[in-house]
Structures are given as structure tokens and as C-alpha cells.
Design a protein around this ligand. Structure first.
Ligand code: ADP
Length: 185
């Protein structure tokens, strides 16, 4: 995809809401079209770029600012980015938006605490409800839902594939990715 446009899809949502699942599906679609997409997944970032940071507000803010910094470097050089971290605080998400301007696309990956706890992909909700994990977002730590996200993926109502298709359609409509071959014939 020569001359590809840079943008950052900034996913925000509770643990287990579907950020990683949807980002991997969308990655497949974009790579098929030759995209140089990079994913900054919260869990992966915490194992390297943010290794050693904890879950206090200060450490969470530092983690998100680092992700925003890298997303900005990549996206301003034409590399599309999906940032997929919980990013619970609205103020830091606003900072990321200010940094990236038009390149920033906020995506609310929406599912209730109950749904995420039922899915309990990593068994973390069980531990959080038992008081074994402190500062767990949605249980014992705040989550500030976005007020005006560009896209909402309601994962209680849509399948992961539907969410990925919705995001692809949004990117096409904004002309951030070329329209699919099927759509142009
Ligand atoms: P996160 O990255 O937000 O922590 P994950 O993608 O790791 O969340 O986990 C979401 C879980 O929910 C996965 O096991 C996925 O299969 C499941 N799931 C069920 N329905 C959906 C949906 N509509 N969209 C995304 N994930 C879904």
C-alpha cells in the first residue's frame, strides 16, 4: 500500500471487552491489502516498553502516554496503528487525541463488567471479585467510558467480525484506507 496514510485506532474498553480479538481480525483485513499496520497491545506493551509499571493512576497514565508517544511516531510517518489498551482515564486519552489530531480515532470497545466477568478470558475477574487483585478496572478501579468516540463496537450486540467490518468501513469512508476491490467494481 504505497503512500499509505497514518492513523491511530485508539481502542479503549474493559479487560475482556474484545480489544485484542477485534484488533487481530482487523489486522488480517488490513494486511491483506498490504498495510504496514502495527498493533500496540496493552498486555504486550506491559511486558516490554512499560515493564515494571504497576496499576496506580500514575503508572497507568505513564503506560498510556508511552503508547501514545509511539503511536504518534508511527502514524505521523504513514504507519497505521491500533493501540489496544484499557486506557481507563478520559484525560489521558484526550492528551493522545491532542498529540495526534486528525490521525486519532477513538474506538469504544463496549461490554459491561458483567459480560466481561462472565467471559473472564484470563480468570482475572474471579480474582478481582475475590479481592485477590487490587486496582482492577471496572471492579475496584475506575473506568471512564468515552463520551464522543468516533466508533463504538458493542461486543454484546455484534460479532468480532462485524466489529472489524464496521471499523474497516469507517476507515474507508474517512479515506484512511483505500476502498475494497469489491466496493469499487
Ligand atoms: P481485551 O483485549 O479487551 O482484554 P480480549 O479480546 O482479550 O479482550 O477478550 C475478549 C473475549 O471475548 C474473547 O475471548 C472473545 O472471543 C470474546 N468475545 C465474545 N464476543 C465478542 C465480540 N463480539 N467481540 C469481541 N470479543 C468477543
Amino acid at each position: 500500500m504505497a503512500g499509505e496514510k497514518g492513523f491511530t485506532l485508539w481502542f479503549t474498553g474493559l479487560s475482556g471487552a474484545g480489544k485484542t480479538t477485534i484488533s487481530r481480525l482487523l489486522e488480517g483485513h488490513l494486511r491483506e491489502r498490504g498495510s504496514k499496520l502495527e498493533i500496540l497491545d496493552g498486555d504486550v506493551v506491559r511486558e516490554n516498553l512499560s515493564k515494571g509499571l504497576g496499576f496506580s493512576k500514575e503508572d497507568r497514565d505513564t503506560n498510556i502516554r508511552r503508547i501514545a508517544f509511539v503511536a504518534d511516531l508511527l502514524s505521523r510517518n504513514g504507519v497505521p496503528v491500533i493501540a489496544a489498551a484499557i486506557s481507563p482515564y478520559a484525560e489521558i486519552r484526550s492528551e493522545a487525541r491532542e498529540l495526534m489530531g486528525d490521525r486519532f480515532v477513538e474506538v469504544y470497545v463496549k461490554a459491561s463488567v458483567n459480560t466481561c466477568a462472565e467471559r473472564d478470558v484470563k480468570g482475572l475477574y474471579k480474582k478481582a471479585f475475590a479481592g485477590e487483585i487490587k486496582e482492577f478496572t471496572g471492579v475496584s478501579d475506575p473506568y471512564e467510558a468515552p463520551e464522543n468516540p468516533e466508533v463504538v463496537c458493542d461486543t454484546e450486540d455484534e460479532t468480532p467480525e462485524e466489529s472489524a467490518e464496521k471499523l474497516l468501513a469507517y476507515l474507508e469512508q474517512r479515506e484512511l484506507v483505500p476502498a475494497s476491490v469489491a466496493a469499487t467494481v
